[in-house]
Design a protein around this ligand. Structure first.
Ligand code: BGP
Length: 479
């Protein structure tokens, strides 16, 4: 083990997604997106793996993406705060419906393109490198409804029209790109990742989800091919929600259950997009589950030739699996399932906190893929208390981040190649899984609440000053 820790040029920063922070959901010609039609509040959790017809009904539900934290109008103030913390990198996503309001127009919406130009120019002003996610849990509602989201092959071409427009426009401003956010959640949370819902018990569910993922894998390869032509210096990665899956006990049945789940969830999508082929175990899995995929001539060659150059991950929790799950259940809210791990504590939202799991995971992924890794999301959703003088003492958040950054540091010292760390989300935003304001991640507090009150004012939490020191010291000062 060498003493070297984070390399020079390590990309410290933060990550957000357009629909969770921008608001201004109909401004300047933007169309409706699937995220705009997804209700906020606890009901959302049930919809993630189930069905919703994406009809907007404001008499029944709230829709947090409509206002979010109004970053559309406040990005200058927010980027200035990120710069004050010393960000080297800011991961954003582009709202597809701002650029192609219905997804199928022949010309893009200039005002939408201009908005992101302005954001990139603002980042350049502070030497902050953008990392851009092309598709982060949303698509134009029209496309989603007409084609049932990514289940239709037609959507590949619309996505490529969108990607090509971005590449042509921003090729001199953006070097690092992610084609899809958490592409493996196509298999778990289709309404977020694929633009359509399907009931858990639906017989066609598995086939539909894997078929839709196949379309995204082809779109990923074609986007890489496009990027190589338009911006040869750009680097395109794929992003997966990642977790090590532990067996509950050394009972071989538990070990096998965890092993299989890890392949299905943590590895499968990265195997396809980074190794460039369907893994050998897929054939048997598909046969056992009666899944027949429509894979067209040329798809396999494309996937093999145009592979993602780095693997970005989000990491929030590990998962523990047991063959016989009766009497055991995960803490309510754990969106990845599994059973409660007695050695770990959970966040207020039931996500089991496991910094050592990140250390293990980084080794597993680097060992398997041998490409650079990027921690594109990691953070703690928690309730914050504002003191009478306006201060917010979020030592729990600092504690969480400190332990996770130490875990990354250890892996880096053990020669795992890590490009950067963009903490999720550096400013309070609307949560993806529950559509709430109350689940706060930020170094920056936003005065906005689930009952609709609040004026969007920004203020610094204790963690703001802590992260500033972390970045200033390139990860040496973590106390
Ligand atoms: C990831 C998503 C993000 C983000 C994060 C935290 O799955 O890519 O969009 O929101 O999780 O989840 P949540 O907001 O539900 O707490």
């Amino acid at each position: 083990m060498t003493e070297k820790a984070f390399p020079e040029g390590f990309l410290w920063g933060g990550a957000t997604a357009a629909n969770q922070c921008e608001g201004a959901y109909l401004a300047d010609g933007k169309g409706l997106s699937t995220a705009d039609a997804l209700p906020g509040g606890k009901i959302r959790l049930d919809l993630l793996s189930g069905y919703h017809d994406l009809t907007i009904d404001a008499t029944k539900y709230t829709y947090p993406s409509h206002d979010a934290i109004d970053m559309y109008h406040r990005y200058k103030e927010d980027i200035k705060l990120f710069a004050e913390m010393g960000f080297k990198c800011y991961r954003i996503s582009i709202n597809w419906a701002r650029i192609f309001p219905n997804g199928c127009e022949s010309e893009p919406n200039e005002l939408g393109l201009q908005f992101y130009d302005d954001v990139f120019d603002e980042l350049t002003k502070y030497n902050i490198e953008p990392l851009v996610t092309i598709s982060h849990y949303e698509m134009p509602l029209h496309l989603a409804k007409k084609y049932r989201g990514w289940s239709s092959r037609e959507v590949i071409d619309y996505y490529l029209r969108f990607a090509e427009t971005l590449f042509e426009r921003y090729k001199d401003k953006v070097k690092y790109w992610l084609t899809f956010n958490e592409v493996n959640n196509a298999l778990l949370m289709p309404i977020l990742a694929l633009g359509f819902g399907v009931q858990a018990g639906d017989k066609s569910r598995q086939r539909l989800l894997y078929q839709s993922f196949h379309h995204q894998a082809v779109a990923n390869a074609k986007a890489i091919r496009l990027a190589e032509r338009i911006m040869p210096d750009a680097v395109l990665g794929i992003m997966c929600m990642s977790a090590p899956i532990y067996p509950y006990s050394s009972n071989p049945d538990d070990v096998l259950t965890a092993f299989n789940r890890e392949r299905e969830y943590t590895y499968f999508c990265a195997d396809v997009t980074i190794k460039g082929k369907y893994p050998y175990y897929a054939k048997d899995y598909f046969a056992k589950h009666g899944i027949e995929l429509d894979i067209r001539d040329g798809d396999a060659e494309l996937i093999s030739k145009y592979r993602s150059k780095f693997l970005a991950i989000s990491y929030y929790m590990s998962v523990t699996e047991k063959a016989d799950k009766q009497e055991f259940c995960a803490t309510p809210g754990s969106i990845l399932g599994g059973v409660d791990n007695p050695y770990l504590k959970s966040s207020d939202w039931g996500w089991q906190i496991d910094p050592k799991g990140l250390h293990i995971l980084l080794h597993k992924l680097y060992d398997r893929y041998e490409v650079p890794l990027f921690i594109a999301e990691n953070g703690l959703g928690a309730k914050d208390k504002v003191e009478p003088d306006g201060s917010i003492h979020d030592s729990y958040r600092i504690g969480y981040l400190r332990k996770h950054i130490k875990a990354i540091k250890r892996a880096v010292q053990e020669n795992v190649e890590v490009m950067g760390y963009t903490m999720w989300g550096p400013i309070d935003i609307v949560s993806a899984s529950t559509g709430e304001y109350a689940k706060r991640y930020g170094f920056i507090y936003v005065n906005k609440h689930d009952d609709g009150s609040g004026d969007f004012a920004r203020s610094k939490k204790d963690s703001f000053y802590w992260y500033k020191r972390v970045i200033q010291s390139n990860g040496e000062d973590l106390e």
